[in-house]
Design a protein around this ligand. Structure first.
Ligand code: FE2
Length: 281
Protein backbone atom coordinates (compact mmCIF):
# COMPACT_ATOMS: atom_id res chain seq x y z
CA UNK A 1 0.00 0.00 0.00
CA UNK A 2 1.57 3.26 -1.06
CA UNK A 3 -1.64 5.31 -1.22
CA UNK A 4 -0.34 6.79 -4.45
CA UNK A 5 -2.67 8.95 -6.49
CA UNK A 6 -2.67 8.82 -10.27
CA UNK A 7 -1.33 12.22 -11.21
CA UNK A 8 2.41 12.35 -11.46
CA UNK A 9 4.96 14.57 -13.01
CA UNK A 10 8.19 13.55 -14.65
CA UNK A 11 11.14 15.83 -14.96
CA UNK A 12 14.79 15.55 -15.79
CA UNK A 13 17.16 16.70 -13.11
CA UNK A 14 20.91 16.85 -13.26
CA UNK A 15 22.14 13.76 -11.49
CA UNK A 16 25.88 13.51 -11.19
CA UNK A 17 28.18 15.62 -13.23
CA UNK A 18 27.74 13.84 -16.53
CA UNK A 19 24.40 12.07 -16.64
CA UNK A 20 20.75 12.95 -16.55
CA UNK A 21 18.28 10.77 -14.66
CA UNK A 22 14.54 10.97 -15.16
CA UNK A 23 12.69 11.49 -11.89
CA UNK A 24 8.96 10.85 -11.56
CA UNK A 25 7.09 12.62 -8.75
CA UNK A 26 3.92 10.99 -7.43
CA UNK A 27 1.91 12.52 -4.59
CA UNK A 28 0.88 10.28 -1.71
CA UNK A 29 -2.39 10.51 0.21
CA UNK A 30 -3.15 12.51 2.27
CA UNK A 31 0.37 13.98 2.11
CA UNK A 32 3.84 12.94 1.06
CA UNK A 33 5.60 12.36 -2.23
CA UNK A 34 7.45 9.53 -3.97
CA UNK A 35 10.26 10.46 -6.30
CA UNK A 36 11.29 7.54 -8.47
CA UNK A 37 14.49 7.46 -10.46
CA UNK A 38 14.48 5.58 -13.74
CA UNK A 39 17.06 2.86 -14.12
CA UNK A 40 17.63 2.18 -10.43
CA UNK A 41 21.16 3.53 -10.31
CA UNK A 42 20.63 7.09 -9.09
CA UNK A 43 22.43 8.31 -6.01
CA UNK A 44 20.95 10.66 -3.44
CA UNK A 45 24.24 12.57 -3.20
CA UNK A 46 23.79 13.72 -6.79
CA UNK A 47 20.64 15.71 -6.00
CA UNK A 48 21.18 19.18 -4.55
CA UNK A 49 20.50 19.17 -0.79
CA UNK A 50 18.53 22.44 -1.02
CA UNK A 51 16.11 20.80 -3.46
CA UNK A 52 15.59 17.76 -1.23
CA UNK A 53 15.09 20.02 1.81
CA UNK A 54 12.42 21.93 -0.11
CA UNK A 55 10.66 18.77 -1.27
CA UNK A 56 10.78 17.33 2.27
CA UNK A 57 9.37 20.49 3.86
CA UNK A 58 6.66 20.78 1.19
CA UNK A 59 5.68 17.11 1.37
CA UNK A 60 6.57 16.27 5.03
CA UNK A 61 7.42 12.73 3.87
CA UNK A 62 9.66 12.24 0.84
CA UNK A 63 10.23 8.70 -0.44
CA UNK A 64 13.07 8.12 -2.88
CA UNK A 65 12.81 4.92 -4.91
CA UNK A 66 15.28 3.67 -7.50
CA UNK A 67 18.22 5.17 -5.62
CA UNK A 68 21.19 3.15 -4.45
CA UNK A 69 21.33 2.41 -0.74
CA UNK A 70 24.27 3.75 1.18
CA UNK A 71 26.74 2.04 3.47
CA UNK A 72 26.37 2.95 7.12
CA UNK A 73 29.30 5.37 6.87
CA UNK A 74 27.95 6.91 3.64
CA UNK A 75 24.50 7.29 5.21
CA UNK A 76 25.85 9.26 8.18
CA UNK A 77 28.18 11.30 5.97
CA UNK A 78 25.32 12.11 3.62
CA UNK A 79 23.11 13.25 6.52
CA UNK A 80 25.90 15.59 7.63
CA UNK A 81 25.29 17.60 4.44
CA UNK A 82 21.92 18.54 5.96
CA UNK A 83 23.22 19.38 9.42
CA UNK A 84 24.62 17.97 12.62
CA UNK A 85 23.98 14.25 12.96
CA UNK A 86 22.66 13.15 16.34
CA UNK A 87 24.58 10.43 18.16
CA UNK A 88 22.86 7.78 20.27
CA UNK A 89 25.30 6.17 22.68
CA UNK A 90 28.01 7.21 20.24
CA UNK A 91 26.31 5.78 17.15
CA UNK A 92 25.00 7.90 14.29
CA UNK A 93 23.11 5.11 12.50
CA UNK A 94 20.52 3.14 14.48
CA UNK A 95 19.51 -0.28 13.15
CA UNK A 96 15.80 -0.95 13.51
CA UNK A 97 15.10 -4.68 13.45
CA UNK A 98 12.78 -6.94 15.39
CA UNK A 99 14.74 -8.71 18.13
CA UNK A 100 13.92 -12.00 19.85
CA UNK A 101 13.93 -10.74 23.43
CA UNK A 102 13.96 -6.95 23.21
CA UNK A 103 14.34 -4.67 26.21
CA UNK A 104 12.37 -1.94 24.48
CA UNK A 105 9.15 -1.83 22.47
CA UNK A 106 10.87 -0.33 19.37
CA UNK A 107 12.56 -3.66 18.82
CA UNK A 108 9.49 -5.75 19.59
CA UNK A 109 6.99 -6.91 16.95
CA UNK A 110 4.00 -4.98 18.35
CA UNK A 111 2.85 -1.52 17.37
CA UNK A 112 4.82 1.65 18.08
CA UNK A 113 2.50 4.48 19.19
CA UNK A 114 2.93 8.04 17.90
CA UNK A 115 5.92 10.05 19.08
CA UNK A 116 8.46 12.45 17.68
CA UNK A 117 12.13 11.55 17.57
CA UNK A 118 14.61 13.04 19.98
CA UNK A 119 12.22 13.97 22.80
CA UNK A 120 14.77 12.73 25.30
CA UNK A 121 17.85 13.93 23.38
CA UNK A 122 19.71 17.17 24.14
CA UNK A 123 19.27 18.39 20.56
CA UNK A 124 16.00 18.52 18.64
CA UNK A 125 16.21 16.72 15.28
CA UNK A 126 14.78 18.65 12.32
CA UNK A 127 14.72 15.63 10.00
CA UNK A 128 15.15 11.91 10.15
CA UNK A 129 16.15 9.61 7.32
CA UNK A 130 15.47 5.92 6.92
CA UNK A 131 16.84 3.48 4.41
CA UNK A 132 15.21 0.09 4.01
CA UNK A 133 17.64 -2.78 3.55
CA UNK A 134 15.18 -5.67 3.69
CA UNK A 135 11.46 -6.41 4.06
CA UNK A 136 9.05 -9.31 4.40
CA UNK A 137 6.12 -8.31 2.15
CA UNK A 138 2.67 -8.50 3.68
CA UNK A 139 3.90 -8.82 7.26
CA UNK A 140 2.73 -5.40 8.52
CA UNK A 141 5.08 -2.91 10.15
CA UNK A 142 4.02 0.14 8.13
CA UNK A 143 5.48 3.39 9.40
CA UNK A 144 2.57 5.76 10.04
CA UNK A 145 3.05 9.51 9.90
CA UNK A 146 0.58 12.11 11.22
CA UNK A 147 0.85 15.67 9.90
CA UNK A 148 0.14 17.64 13.07
CA UNK A 149 0.13 20.97 11.24
CA UNK A 150 -3.07 19.74 9.53
CA UNK A 151 -4.51 18.59 12.86
CA UNK A 152 -3.93 22.06 14.28
CA UNK A 153 -5.24 23.77 11.13
CA UNK A 154 -8.57 21.92 11.45
CA UNK A 155 -9.06 22.55 15.19
CA UNK A 156 -11.55 25.25 16.16
CA UNK A 157 -10.57 28.33 18.14
CA UNK A 158 -11.74 26.93 21.48
CA UNK A 159 -9.67 23.78 21.07
CA UNK A 160 -6.62 25.72 19.91
CA UNK A 161 -6.94 27.96 22.96
CA UNK A 162 -7.18 24.92 25.23
CA UNK A 163 -4.18 23.30 23.58
CA UNK A 164 -2.15 26.50 23.97
CA UNK A 165 -2.31 26.08 27.76
CA UNK A 166 -1.18 22.44 27.77
CA UNK A 167 2.25 21.02 28.39
CA UNK A 168 3.14 17.38 28.90
CA UNK A 169 5.83 15.63 30.89
CA UNK A 170 7.21 12.40 29.47
CA UNK A 171 9.25 10.01 31.59
CA UNK A 172 10.92 6.73 30.65
CA UNK A 173 13.84 4.69 31.92
CA UNK A 174 16.95 4.63 29.76
CA UNK A 175 17.05 0.99 28.72
CA UNK A 176 18.23 1.40 25.11
CA UNK A 177 19.54 4.52 23.35
CA UNK A 178 17.25 7.10 24.99
CA UNK A 179 15.50 7.88 28.24
CA UNK A 180 14.92 10.49 30.92
CA UNK A 181 12.26 13.02 31.80
CA UNK A 182 11.22 15.99 29.67
CA UNK A 183 8.42 18.57 29.66
CA UNK A 184 7.24 20.08 26.34
CA UNK A 185 4.45 22.42 25.33
CA UNK A 186 1.82 20.69 23.22
CA UNK A 187 1.78 23.46 20.62
CA UNK A 188 5.03 24.72 19.19
CA UNK A 189 6.15 26.47 16.00
CA UNK A 190 7.77 24.78 13.04
CA UNK A 191 11.30 26.22 12.85
CA UNK A 192 11.16 26.82 9.08
CA UNK A 193 7.54 27.62 8.29
CA UNK A 194 6.45 29.13 11.63
CA UNK A 195 3.26 27.08 11.42
CA UNK A 196 1.86 25.70 14.67
CA UNK A 197 2.57 22.01 15.14
CA UNK A 198 1.79 19.55 17.92
CA UNK A 199 4.44 17.71 19.91
CA UNK A 200 2.64 14.72 21.30
CA UNK A 201 3.81 11.26 22.23
CA UNK A 202 1.21 8.74 23.25
CA UNK A 203 1.56 7.18 26.70
CA UNK A 204 2.92 3.63 26.73
CA UNK A 205 1.25 1.48 29.36
CA UNK A 206 3.58 -0.87 31.26
CA UNK A 207 1.22 -3.81 30.82
CA UNK A 208 1.48 -3.51 27.03
CA UNK A 209 4.89 -2.06 26.18
CA UNK A 210 8.41 -2.89 27.24
CA UNK A 211 10.19 0.22 28.53
CA UNK A 212 6.92 2.22 29.03
CA UNK A 213 6.56 6.01 28.78
CA UNK A 214 4.56 7.77 31.48
CA UNK A 215 2.80 10.99 30.45
CA UNK A 216 1.60 13.73 32.84
CA UNK A 217 -0.68 16.48 31.52
CA UNK A 218 -0.32 20.04 32.80
CA UNK A 219 -3.09 22.57 32.12
CA UNK A 220 -6.14 20.36 32.67
CA UNK A 221 -7.64 19.22 35.94
CA UNK A 222 -6.19 15.90 37.04
CA UNK A 223 -9.47 13.92 36.68
CA UNK A 224 -9.74 15.08 33.06
CA UNK A 225 -6.21 14.12 32.02
CA UNK A 226 -7.11 10.62 30.82
CA UNK A 227 -9.98 11.85 28.67
CA UNK A 228 -7.82 14.66 27.29
CA UNK A 229 -5.10 12.22 26.21
CA UNK A 230 -7.64 9.81 24.69
CA UNK A 231 -9.33 12.59 22.70
CA UNK A 232 -6.00 13.86 21.41
CA UNK A 233 -4.90 10.35 20.44
CA UNK A 234 -8.19 9.77 18.60
CA UNK A 235 -7.75 13.01 16.67
CA UNK A 236 -4.16 12.41 15.53
CA UNK A 237 -5.06 8.92 14.34
CA UNK A 238 -7.79 10.12 11.96
CA UNK A 239 -7.16 8.88 8.44
CA UNK A 240 -7.25 12.36 6.90
CA UNK A 241 -4.11 13.24 8.86
CA UNK A 242 -2.14 10.00 8.46
CA UNK A 243 0.02 8.45 5.76
CA UNK A 244 1.08 4.81 6.25
CA UNK A 245 4.25 3.82 4.43
CA UNK A 246 4.48 0.21 3.29
CA UNK A 247 8.19 -0.34 2.87
CA UNK A 248 9.94 -1.74 -0.18
CA UNK A 249 13.55 -2.80 0.05
CA UNK A 250 15.63 0.04 -1.35
CA UNK A 251 13.37 2.85 -0.16
CA UNK A 252 15.04 5.93 1.25
CA UNK A 253 12.63 8.09 3.24
CA UNK A 254 13.23 11.65 4.44
CA UNK A 255 10.82 13.07 7.03
CA UNK A 256 10.15 16.38 8.76
CA UNK A 257 10.36 15.65 12.50
CA UNK A 258 8.61 18.91 13.48
CA UNK A 259 5.48 18.72 11.33
CA UNK A 260 5.06 15.01 11.93
CA UNK A 261 4.65 12.53 14.67
CA UNK A 262 5.11 8.90 13.69
CA UNK A 263 4.65 5.32 14.81
CA UNK A 264 4.44 1.82 13.40
CA UNK A 265 1.76 -0.78 12.94
CA UNK A 266 2.39 -4.19 14.48
CA UNK A 267 4.03 -6.93 12.48
CA UNK A 268 1.60 -9.70 11.63
CA UNK A 269 4.18 -12.47 11.37
CA UNK A 270 7.91 -13.13 11.26
CA UNK A 271 9.78 -10.36 9.46
CA UNK A 272 13.21 -9.76 8.00
CA UNK A 273 12.59 -6.05 7.90
CA UNK A 274 15.63 -3.94 8.50
CA UNK A 275 15.67 -0.15 8.54
CA UNK A 276 18.56 2.15 9.29
CA UNK A 277 17.88 5.59 10.71
CA UNK A 278 19.81 8.81 11.13
CA UNK A 279 18.65 12.05 12.75
CA UNK A 280 19.69 15.50 11.59
CA UNK A 281 19.59 18.47 13.95
FE1 FE2 B 1 10.70 7.23 15.95
Amino acid sequence: MTNSVPQSAAADYPCGSTETTKLTHTPLRPFGRIVEAAGGGARIEDLPVERLVRWTEESRVLVLRGFQLLTEREFADYARRWGEVLRWDGREVVDLVVQDNPKNYLFDSGDVPFHWDGAFADADPRYFFFQCLDVTPGAGGETVFCDTSRVYRDADDALRERWSRISLTYATDKVVHYGGRVTERLVTQHPATGLPVLRFAEPLAPETYKNPVHVTVHGVDEPEAGDFLAALAERVHRSEYCYAHDWQAGDILLADNFSLIHGRTAFTGPTRRRLQRVEVV
